[in-house]
Ligand binder design. Structure first.
Ligand SMILES: Nc1ncnc2c1ncn2[C@@H]1O[C@H](COP(=O)(O)OP(=O)(O)OP(=O)(O)O)[C@@H](O)[C@H]1O
Ligand SMILES: [Mg+2]
Length: 487
């Protein structure tokens, strides 16, 4: 039922309005107020659909229309204006009235029409407002649910994008957009491949319309130095074709997998090596012993020379066997809390004479108080191998050599970082992945066994650390060791 508020002191007018309403709009309840203050009170506490007010109250008594607006009341106000005061109509409309009625001679007869016009206008206005409100509520809900899904797909750290039949991006997440330094909204409806600086799509990118080839599948591809596992899901919804692509960066997983494979290879090789080394060690001791005895006997010059060759070769074999045993590390490590800088210093001291003769400058850049729980002998063996390798690499160039030792603490990983850099000849790109493999050497026969770095790799990995190499051919090489710090 419609509720009409009538603010009027004129009893005749009230009766007339009431009668008109009863005749034409029986489903109307009329609520009366004697003045605008009373009317405002009703408005603030009860439901009212339309207001009729005598112009005397709206514009002179108190600023009724102003109060209505101030209180955010949207109920339509129709002002009843005395004949001759039509000028007030414009002012009333200006102040927010919805319509007006002039009380002229034909007013009682024309009142039904005027009321119908104003009421239907106000009802229409109300209907339109309701519809607008419903629509805005609907929009709000759609917007909210859109935001909700966007937040969910933004929480996915894999790179996600959805394309249509023109390769245009329909949806994407933050991770994918950020990969190109953009926000999702910036790349919507752009061909996805343009982001990769390509003129056309990748060979793995299938369109939704090619339904047959577009079954759910995974592909592995290298894009800009990273390896991705790309999965594709076709979706057909509400007559719209789309394909959802998810790219997972598996570069690190792949690296770890390779590392595990490498360690596996090393450990089986270690078992084999230690067996062979032990078997060779005994006869070798015999060869060395008997050769020494023969050398002490007086024999001819030639046989002495040959014996010396046998002896030197056997000593070299012994050294190789010793390295092989170290590689397989049968002897248990003797770990203590050791000062890293001190170990490096002592190892350099041991080798100082040779470094002086080769004119190699040693640079140190240490951070204080770096302690790790390690086997001192093993660590010295690692550093010494790095020094000898650097020395050899420098000897291959004609510049004066420098080896820099840097130690630092990385708070984030709680690791000690030891960097040994040289300005030697560097390592070729293709050799870099092989240098930690056992028996990989580029040194001439008799010079290297190719076990130094693989031993280092094994020892460091056992400590829960890592050793990596960075190199620029012709410029130099850096070995970076990371070890967990112990206080
Ligand atoms: N600082 C370096 N500069 C250039 N190449 C290097 C450097 N360190 C290592 N390499 C390369 O890596 C290879 C393997 O090194 P590794 O220490 O394992 O064995 P090696 O020095 O050849 O022999 P070994 O240490 O057993 O006597 C070397 O032969 C060399 O080719
Ligand atoms: Mg070496």
């Amino acid at each position: 039922m419609q509720r009409v508020l009538l603010i009027n002191q004129n009893i005749k007018d009230s009766r007339l309005l009431k009668k008109t309403f009863q005749n034409y709009y029986p489903a109307t309840e009329i609520v009366k107020a004697r003045d605008s203050v009373g009317g405002l009170d009703i408005l603030l506490h009860e439901r009212v659909d339309t207001i009729f007010i005598d112009s005397a109250f709206s514009l002179t008594d108190i600023d009724f229309l102003g109060e209505v607006q101030k209180n955010n009341i949207t109920t339509p106000v129709i002002v009843i204006i005395e004949e001759g005061k039509e000028i007030l109509a414009a002012e009333a409309i200006k102040k927010g009235a919805c319509d007006y009625i002039i009380k002229d001679a034909g007013y009682p007869d024309s009142l039904p029409d005027v009321i119908e016009r104003t009421l239907s206008a106000s009802i229409l206005k109300k209907d339109a407002e309701e519809k607008r409100e419903q629509r805005s509520l609907l929009f709000k809900q759609i917007y909210k649910s859109h935001k909700w899904w966007q937040n969910i797909i933004d929480a996915i750290t894999d790179y996600l994008f959805v394309i249509d039949n023109d390769y245009k991006i329909l949806r994407t997440n933050k991770a994918f957009a950020n990969l190109f330094g953009r926000e999702p909204a910036d790349i919507i409806m752009k061909p996805y491949f343009k982001l990769f600086d390509l003129k056309g799509p990748h060979e793995w990118c299938m369109l939704p319309k090619n339904k047959d080839s577009l079954c759910h599948k995974y592909i592995e591809r290298k894009i800009n130095e990273s390896i991705y596992l790309i999965s594709c899901f076709p979706i057909f919804f509400d007559n719209h074709d789309a394909a959802v692509y998810i790219m997972k960066d598996i570069t690190e997983t792949r690296r770890l997998k390779d590392q595990v494979y490498h360690l596996d290879k090393l450990s089986s090789l270690g078992t084999l090596t230690s067996g062979v080394a032990h078997e060779i060690n005994n006869p070798l001791t015999g060869i060395i012993g008997y050769t020494e005895m023969l050398l002490m006997k007086n024999g001819g010059e030639l046989s002495k020379k040959y014996l010396q060759n046998i002896y030197d070769s056997a000593i070299r074999c012994k050294k190789i066997v010793k390295n092989m045993l170290a590689f397989s590390r049968q002897a248990p490590a003797c770990k203590n809390l050791e000062n890293i800088n001190d170990i490096i210093d002592k190892t350099i001291e041991l080798h100082e004479y040779r470094l002086k003769t080769t004119n190699i400058e040693i640079i140190k850049d240490y951070e204080e108080d770096l302690y790790a729980h390690i086997d001192r002998q093993q660590m010295q063996q690692i550093i010494l191998n790095l020094i000898i390798n650097a020395e050899h690499a420098i000897s291959e160039t004609d510049r004066s050599g420098t080896i820099e030792f840097k130690t630092a603490y990385d708070k984030k990983s709680n690791n000690i970082i030891i960097t040994v850099s040289d300005n030697g000849n560097g390592i070729p790109r293709e050799a870099l992945p092989k240098i930690f493999d056992p028996f990989f050497t580029t040194k001439p026969v008799n010079k290297g066994t190719g076990l130094g770095l693989s031993i280092a790799h094994g020892i460091i990995a056992e400590q829960g650390g890592t050793i990596e190499a960075e190199s620029k051919i012709g410029k130099g090489t850096s070995f970076i060791i990371e070890l967990p710090r112990t206080d």
